[in-house]
Design a protein around this ligand. Structure first.
Ligand code: ZN
Length: 378
């Protein structure tokens, strides 16, 4: 732990990430990783269009006798909405769209998805997570006092997609993951990895009912079984073309009547309360620092603008209190109890059974062979 506050001179990451390091010029290791590793392998001007079209041709050939060429998980956010457009209109593919209903999405997100898919003429499959199980896992996480309160939703969305693809033999999974808005990964202390061992331990300790249908998919099933035995392939189309958020938002608005949210991931009530209130108040982690740093590194926002925005609360206290009541209602807990949980002693993944060591090794290997280029602190 560092005693002195320090903020990067280039981006807005700071010592709220306890493991951040700075060089002699005051530039942080996220910037260093982005400039020296990611930029070397990524053409931000989108000159890899031809390569993307080659991939499209291959997928088309292989998908000839199938109903769909690929599958795309859609949330209603910018990245996945744009990805649907790219797959259909630019790559000329027939993607099946899949959404995982965790019970928390705002109407605007659902409206965005429906407008977009209707105009693109795409089919939508919905995986509905059993609400009693979702609720039980979320409550278990709140009781566990770890910072990663969005893991139950994130995991259901991730596992729902990959399990569906494997089960229905859809070989290509497209993801909206991209270097343009996600080149800087959140620090491990803020967002712990997709570790099924920890999820299960937290649920065993604090949960009340069995997770019978909740979508689960561990790192090994995902990285090894699905890829090597089921032949699943993950494609990141947004890294091949120019992707600038402002331009993309205008395109989506113009073509599909798409509505913008105030902040990334704010299409979901639990997530916006978690990122806008719970995480900064309880742990001092402000995820906007990640989002803004990404935009700074890709020249989509100035550092001054980011600093100005960070002075303001992520969302209003008034809205936070309304969301808090909504969440208590939905989770069937009393407001006083929820506040008591928020004020509880903070914990981390280290307080529970976890696969951190083995995942750390796997990521190290992935970095050595060049599959993973982002900066993971494990
Ligand atoms: Zn930096």
């Amino acid at each position: 732990m560092k005693n002195n506050y320090q903020i990067c001179k280039n981006c807005v990451m700071d010592t709220s990430d306890p493991e951040i390091t700075f060089d002699e010029n005051g530039i942080c290791d996220f910037c260093d990783n982005f400039n020296n590793i990611i930029l070397n392998s990524w053409d931000s001007e989108g000159n890899n269009y031809n390569e993307l079209m080659k991939i499209a041709e291959k997928i088309k050939r292989e998908g000839k006798r199938k109903e769909y060429d690929c599958i795309i998980g859609i949330s209603g956010g910018v990245d996945s909405s744009y990805l649907a457009y790219v797959a259909k209109e630019i790559m000329g593919l027939r993607p099946l769209m899949l959404t995982v209903d965790t019970g928390w999405n705002l109407n605007v997100a659902n409206e965005n998805v429906h407008q977009l898919l209707k105009k693109l003429g795409l089919d939508l499959e919905t995986v509905v997570v059993n609400w009693e199980e979702m609720k039980d896992l979320q409550l278990a996480f709140l009781k566990s006092q770890v910072p990663y309160q969005d893991t139950p939703q994130d995991h259901a969305i991730f596992a729902g997609l990959y399990n569906y693809a494997a089960k229905h033999r859809i070989k290509y999974v497209f993801t909206g993951a991209n270097y343009s808005t996600e080149g800087v990964k959140p620090p491990q202390e803020w967002t712990y990895l997709n570790d099924i061992k920890m999820i299960k331990d937290i649920h065993n300790t604090f949960g009340n009912i069995k997770l019978k249908t909740f979508p689960l998919c561990g790192m090994f099933k995902y990285k090894l079984y699905y890829r090597y035995f089921k032949g699943l392939k993950v494609v990141h189309p947004l890294n091949y073309i120019k992707y600038e958020k402002d331009e993309v938002v205008s395109l989506l608005k113009e073509k599909f009547g798409w509505e913008e949210y105030e902040n990334k991931h704010y299409e979901n009530i639990f997530t916006r309360f978690y990122e806008g209130y719970y995480l900064p108040r309880k742990f001092g982690y402000d995820k906007r620092k990640i989002y803004f740093s990404n935009l700074i590194l890709t020249n989509q926002m100035s550092r001054d603008e980011a600093m100005e925005k960070l002075k303001k609360n992520p969302y209003s206290e008034e809205q936070a209190m309304l969301d808090l009541e909504y969440i208590c209602d939905k989770l069937d807990i009393k407001k006083a109890y929820f506040i008591e949980l928020i004020n509880g002693t903070n914990k981390t993944f280290r307080d529970y059974k976890n696969n951190a060591k083995i995942i750390k090794l796997a990521i190290k290997l992935a970095k050595i062979v060049g599959i993973e280029k982002r900066n993971f602190r494990v």
